[in-house]
Design a protein around this ligand. Structure first.
Ligand SMILES: Cc1ncc(COP(=O)(O)O)c(C=O)c1O
Length: 475
């Protein structure tokens, strides 16, 4: 057993492999906090290595505060040895290039939170929400005593159909809508029902990192499509559709995450035509549509769809109540029945209480009032971030909506050290590699201006600029 185990380790030196083996067992909860670990002699025997090798591994574990020594009686698991802040930081900075999970970055608690594309809870209608909670219990006293249907609350779906018709000219019925627990679940369900290993999927480059992860998890062959400030190269897309026959193209054409770019309406129409011609499903993810600063963005691609080649995901998580996790998927295609099947396997329906609370807030005049104020607040925050970056010479395209700045920093700045030093200064951001479907190193970073208040925003960006300049001059 020992030989086998050691030969599969990734670390090159023997004692490091023993170290990894012990960490692994602690991580899996086999050895718990304050539990005594096997003696050097026993472990050496079990793993078929020299005692000194195990001793060396234990010394390193002790040094890294994974284990401690008690009364000379042996080694014990250090409390929080796996999840302590420093550990998680090391884990993240060393592994982000390999794992690329956005959630790894979000795990580090920091003061200057630029990595999460979330809206400051102080800008959300929390107080009003509590009124709606009360109202929902008065209106539906048994709301917690029952499930929602798998497809989602009918009253909510009807209300959303009306809204989509008025706002975006979607002619759909409630049967063509599915309520999901956030857009993330929608992406996951779609990837499960449409993608089989080795299917070609087109993804924007850069793209929303968790969508890359979802399609990768299905074993998709991912082909990147560059997105520019004025949209895509449609000839390139047509070529890919003709030659590679992709199953789907996942896109976020409005205030795109991470770049903030918006695809113009002419391209939207043409894309739908191409999708029909080459039978490629367009999965349009549109969580930022309402978060514009001056002008409403163009109509969604779904507005041009008549043949069922567009699937539209609309999250209301960001600007109403992230905690409710409400999103909707619109589709005219026969894929709805597969989606329903996948949704029932995933969770049998989004919690009814959440849907009802959302419905009553969403149908009230307060939503529009909230959005108007929110747009102004976010616009101001974006401008503050831009003001603080103005002297750096770094490049970005000023977004007209959304939550992020996509910034090109000097190529001479080493990303790993930059991230490490930022964490040390309690700053987080998203390295561009995480947003690249090919995960290639690059010198882009995503900074969200939506989560922290104006003063923190100024202080945080100033600190980041200073530390970057310090780092640059040390190379
Ligand atoms: C493009 C995009 N899609 C989906 C999501 C996830 O949204 P939700 O919170 O509704 O799961 C995000 C969140 O940042 C996003 O940026």
């Amino acid at each position: 057993m020992g030989d086998n185990l050691l030969s599969t380790g990734h670390s090159s030196r023997l004692f490091e492999r023993v170290y990894d083996y012990i960490i692994n067992r602690i991580e899996r909860g086999e050895w718990k906090e304050h539990e005594k670990l096997p003696s050097v002699r026993l472990l050496a025997q079990e793993m078929n290595v020299h005692r000194l090798t195990v001793f060396k591994a234990y010394q390193l574990l002790k040094q890294n505060r994974k284990v401690y020594v008690k009364d000379k009686s042996g080694y014990y698991v250090y409390p929080d040895s796996i999840m302590s802040i420093n550990d998680s930081k090391d884990l993240i900075t060393s592994s982000y290039l390999q794992k690329n999970h956005l959630s790894e970055i979000h795990r580090v608690p920091v003061t200057y939170q630029f990595s999460q594309a979330l809206i400051d809870p102080n800008l959300l209608p929390n107080l009003y929400m509590s009124e709606y909670v009360k109202k929902v219990f008065d209106l539906y006293p048994k709301v917690l005593g029952t499930y929602s249907t798998v497809q989602g609350d009918e009253e909510l779906r009807e209300a959303l159909c009306e809204y989509f018709l008025k706002r975006h000219r979607f002619h759909i019925s409630a049967d063509e809508l599915l309520i999901t627990s956030g857009a993330q679940q929608a992406i996951d369900l779609i990837s499960r029902i449409v993608i089989k290993p080795k299917d070609t999927v087109l993804l924007e480059r850069p793209s929303y990192s968790a969508a890359i992860d979802a399609f990768q998890q299905q074993g998709a062959h991912i082909v990147p499509v560059d997105i520019y400030p004025d949209g895509y190269d449609l000839e390139q897309i047509e070529l890919y559709m003709r030659q590679l026959k992709p199953r789907l193209f996942y896109l976020n054409p409005t205030f795109h995450n991470p770049t903030g770019y918006t695809v113009p309406s002419g391209q939207r129409k043409r894309l739908v035509e191409l999708a029909e011609q080459y039978k490629c499903l367009l999965v349009e993810d549109d969580p930022f549509h309402d978060i514009y600063f001056d002008e409403e963005p163009p109509l969604p691609l779904f507005s041009y769809d008549t043949e069922g080649y567009v699937m539209y995901i609309r999250s209301f998580s960001k600007y109403v109540a992230p905690g409710l996790r409400i999103a909707a998927v619109a589709t005219r295609s026969s894929l709805m029945k597969h989606l329903l099947n996948a949704k029932s396997l995933a969770d049998n329906g989004t919690p009814l209480l959440n849907q009802k609370i959302f419905l009553h807030y969403f149908s009230s005049v307060r939503l529009q009032q909230h959005l108007e104020k929110l747009r102004i607040a976010l616009h101001i925050r974006k401008e503050i971030m831009e003001e603080e970056l103005a002297g750096t010479g770094w490049k970005w395209v000023s977004p007209k909506g959304g939550l992020n700045l996509w910034i090109k920093i000097p190529e001479t700045l080493p990303m790993k050290s930059l991230l490490e030093r930022s964490f040390d200064q309690s700053i987080s951001f998203v390295p561009g590699t995480i947003c690249d479907p090919l995960r290639e190193p690059n010198s882009w970073v995503r900074f969200s201006y939506s989560y922290i208040n104006e003063q923190q925003l100024r202080d945080g960006v100033k600190r980041f600029v200073e530390l970057s300049q310090g780092l640059e001059s040390s190379f």
